[in-house]
Structure formats: structure tokens, C-alpha cells
Design a protein around this ligand. Structure first.
Ligand SMILES: Cc1cc2nc3c(=O)[nH]c(=O)nc-3n(C[C@H](O)[C@H](O)[C@H](O)COP(=O)(O)OP(=O)(O)OC[C@H]3O[C@@H](n4cnc5c(N)ncnc54)[C@H](O)[C@@H]3O)c2cc1C
Length: 409
């Protein structure tokens, strides 16, 4: 792996191309002058417009194959795209879309060629937005314990049940959903995945009354929802990965969600925070204080380690290297360091850092938002406890009762 900190001439040219593209494609209302907690419809629509512009270039999901609307780009070029969006306070994708981030790579592995042709191009071009539906009131960490059923009836599966903590503000076109297709079958061998159009009759979406979250780096997920399925008839050819083969499909999906492909995290808010601590006002800078300096150094190291884990996973995935524990390792690290960094920020700057006025005005409330995210981020995509369990198994120190969790290599 090349750890060079300067771009090669080819990378420089690509960076310039991306920067020029973003300069004309990104509305000034979207750039980092805006409030990151703003999940208004206008913000969402601007983000979707940008997604479609990126998608037209193959840059919305730039690692995906060109034949499905991706960009087939190298690891380095994908990293540059993330970098350039992060520089202006946005993420890739610029809105919450579990479809491109998790369903698409999973469909690439488990879908038939007909599934790939049908579902991947609209995702990669930014024409549709997809939520992931896994958790239920009685099944979060214990995903194999879900109860939502999908029973085959002629040319359809009839879905009944409830999912929780899913999605974002402003709805979705599809739900990538894990269901029980064999209620009498053995645990792990009774599950399947459906790509469910959200327009089908019998689906009800209800926002949940929770602490609002953002989703990583300007992807703006907003609220979480409960989704109810009441005799929803889903065309049978929307089942992906084979009937009752869903645990294996879930293993792929979860590995991507945990960060096995490398989630190039946006650490911009941390660097901006350090910048403001260096800034001298009325003859005083927070970084003048030796205690604050010591904490800032540790905060910087925390952020860098997480960033480098993400970059390492990104490279491993793009170069098809063998992997085992790296996704869980990154996820655990990211969750714990997010909490640690948010506590350090409060200690260094005091509660005034949560406000938008005076010294912290330029950060537009992003620190307050970071604090909230650090707390809620402990759960999505498996809790810290579960990431420890996965890590333990993958480094060969799992409990004696191993679940058939799907080998990675
Ligand atoms: C902000 C946010 C976004 C989310 N987005 C989505 C989404 O888009 N789609 C979706 O399907 N779900 C989503 N979720 C749900 C998330 O996946 C679950 O919260 C998570 O899997 C944990 O499940 P649970 O909340 O039911 O907790 P539980 O599974 O009930 O766990 C409760 C506690 O017990 C611990 N625990 C459980 N089992 C074990 C074990 N075997 N060993 C040690 N400790 C254990 C857990 O670590 C936790 O501390 C989201 C959650 C949040 C907070």
C-alpha cells in the first residue's frame, strides 16, 4: 500500500476534475455553510439532485462496475471523491441510502444477473433510495431471531410483521428486508432477503420518537422509523440470494455495514475543532493551555487511527485481499473513539462548545451534533458488545458454542 501523502500526477488531475465538477454541481445551499442538522425537504431534494449528477458520472457509487452504473474506479480515486466531498461538508452518497452502500455490494455477490441488471443501475444512478430493514422489537443483536414472515403464495411472497429503527426522513423507494421464509425451519436456515417496493399496498411507515441522528459525515439520515407490513404481496422474483439462504446473504451485508469495505469516515469536524482551539482571540487560544494541548494531541491520534483503519479496509477490499476481523475492528474502534473524542471535546472547551455562538459559531452546531451521533452510533449495525463477539470469533478466541455465522475465508 502506498502511504504517500501527495497525489501522483494522475491523482492530481482527477482531484482537479472532481473539484471542478463539484464547483458547478453543488448548490451553495448544500456546502458546509449550512446547518448539518437540517433535514428539511429542500435539503434532501438538493442532496438527491447532487446524487443524480454524481450518478451520471458513475461517481455516486464509484467502486461499482460500470455496467451497473458505477465508475469502476481505483481505490485511490474513490478515496479522492470522498475527500473532496468531505472538504465541502458532504458525504458520499450525500444522503442516507443503505441501497448503494450495503444492498448493492450484497446483490453483486448474491443476485442473479437479472437481479443485478434490474436493481443496481437505478441505485448507482441515484434514481432510487433504499432503506435497510433488519431490526425488530424482539430482534436487534439477535438478528437470526426475527419474526417478520414472507410466505410464498403463487407468484408472490406475503409479508407480515414489523421492523424498527430503520431509514431516514423523507421516505424510500425500496426496502432491503430480511424475513423468515420458513417459520418451521431451523434457526439460520429459515431466512431470506427481499427487495420490497415501498409503494406496495399494506406498508405503513411511522416515525419513531428518538434522539435525532445524522448518519456519518453529512449524509443526513434524520429520523428513524417503524415499518409495518400487513399482508404485503411482494413479487417472488424480488427475493435475492435464494430462499432460506438469507443468513449467508446477511453475513455479506453486515460485513459491508460494519466497515469491511472501508468506510472513509469524515473526520472534518475534528480538524475544524482543533483549528478553532488554535485560533487566538483577545490574546488567548485554548491550545495555549498545556492540559488542553495534551488532550488535543490524544484526540488527534484517536481520529487518525480510526481514519487509517478505514483506509486500510478500503484498500483491502479494493485489492481483493483476504479479510477476517477488520470490519468489526473498524466498527468497534469508530464507536468507541467517537464517544471518547466527544468527551474530550467537552473537557477541552467546556459546554459552550455545544452552542452556535461566539467562538464556536463557525462550527455551526456540528459539535453538538457530533455528541449526539457519538451516543446513538453505539447501536446501529451491531453494538460494541457484538463487535467484540465478532472480533473474538475471527481471531480464534470465540466461545465454544459457535453460531454458523458464515466464514469469510
Ligand atoms: C441510530 C440508529 C440507527 C439504526 N439504523 C437501523 C437501520 O437502518 N436498520 C435496521 O434494521 N436497524 C437499525 N438500527 C437498529 C440496530 O441495528 C440495533 O439497535 C442493534 O442491532 C441492537 O439491537 P437492540 O437495540 O435491539 O439491542 P439489544 O440487541 O436488545 O441489545 C441490548 C444490549 O445487550 C447487549 N447484547 C445483546 N446481545 C449480546 C451478546 N450476545 N453478547 C453481549 N452483549 C449483548 C447489546 O450490546 C446491548 O447493549 C439502528 C439503531 C440506531 C440506534
Amino acid at each position: 500500500m502506498n502511504f504517500a501523502i501527495e497525489d501522483s500526477p494522475e491523482q492530481s488531475a482527477f482531484r482537479a476534475e472532481v473539484r471542478a465538477f463539484l464547483a458547478q454541481a453543488v448548490s451553495p445551499k448544500l456546502e458546509h455553510s449550512v446547518d448539518p442538522c437540517d433535514m428539511s425537504l429542500e435539503q434532501y431534494q438538493l442532496r438527491r439532485d447532487l446524487g443524480r449528477s454524481l450518478g451520471a458520472q458513475g461517481w455516486l457509487y464509484p467502486s461499482m462496475p460500470k455496467e451497473y452504473g458505477g465508475g469502476d474506479l481505483s481505490a485511490e480515486k474513490v478515496a479522492i471523491l470522498h475527500d473532496e466531498l468531505s472538504r465541502i461538508g458532504l458525504a458520499l452518497p450525500p444522503y442516507y441510502d443503505a441501497g448503494g452502500r450495503m444492498s448493492a455490494p450484497t446483490i453483486l455477490v448474491w443476485g442473479t444477473s437479472e437481479h443485478k441488471q434490474r436493481f443496481l443501475p437505478p441505485i448507482c444512478r441515484g434514481e432510487v433510495r433504499t432503506w435497510q430493514l433488519l431490526s425488530e422489537p424482539g430482534a436487534g443483536s439477535d438478528l437470526a431471531g426475527i419474526k417478520t414472515t414472507a410466505i410464498r403464495d403463487g407468484d408472490a411472497y406475503v409479508v407480515n410483521g414489523q421492523k424498527v429503527f430503520v431509514g431516514s426522513s423523507h421516505g424510500a423507494d425500496y426496502s432491503w428486508t430480511i424475513v423468515v421464509t420458513d417459520p418451521k425451519g431451523e434457526r439460520h436456515q429459515n431466512l431470506s432477503w427481499l427487495m420490497i417496493p415501498m409503494t406496495l399496498p399494506g406498508i405503513t411507515v411511522t416515525p419513531m420518537d428518538l434522539l435525532a441522528t445524522g448518519g456519518e459525515g453529512g449524509s443526513g439520515s434524520g429520523v428513524k422509523n417503524a415499518v409495518f407490513f400487513d399482508n404485503v404481496r411482494v413479487p417472488a422474483d424480488h427475493l435475492i440470494g435464494g430462499e432460506n439462504n438469507g443468513w449467508k446473504v446477511a453475513s455479506t451485508h453486515l460485513e459491508v455495514e460494519h466497515g469491511g469495505m472501508g468506510r472513509l469516515a469524515d473526520r472534518r469536524v475534528i480538524y475544524e475543532f482543533i483549528e478553532l482551539c488554535r485560533e487566538r482571540r483577545d490574546g488567548y487560544a485554548i491550545a495555549d493551555d498545556p492540559g488542553a494541548r495534551a488532550e488535543l494531541v490524544e484526540l488527534y491520534i484517536e481520529a487518525e487511527i480510526t481514519r487509517l483503519f478505514a483506509l486500510r479496509n478500503h484498500w483491502l477490499a479494493h485489492t481483493n485481499q483476504p479479510r477476517s476481523y477488520e470490519g468489526a475492528q473498524y466498527s468497534l474502534r469508530r464507536k468507541l473513539s467517537g464517544l471518547d473524542i466527544s468527551e474530550k471535546m467537552l473537557r477541552i472547551a467546556g459546554p459552550c462548545v455545544l452552542t452556535k455562538d461566539k467562538r464556536w459559531g463557525p462550527l455551526r452546531g456540528t459539535i453538538e451534533y457530533f455528541q449526539r451521533d457519538a451516543i446513538t452510533a453505539l447501536h446501529p449495525g451491531a453494538t460494541t458488545d457484538i463487535q467484540r463477539v465478532i472480533m473474538a470469533r475471527r481471531i480464534g478466541i470465540g466461545g465454544r458454542e459457535r453460531e454458523k455465522a458464515g466464514a469469510l475465508r
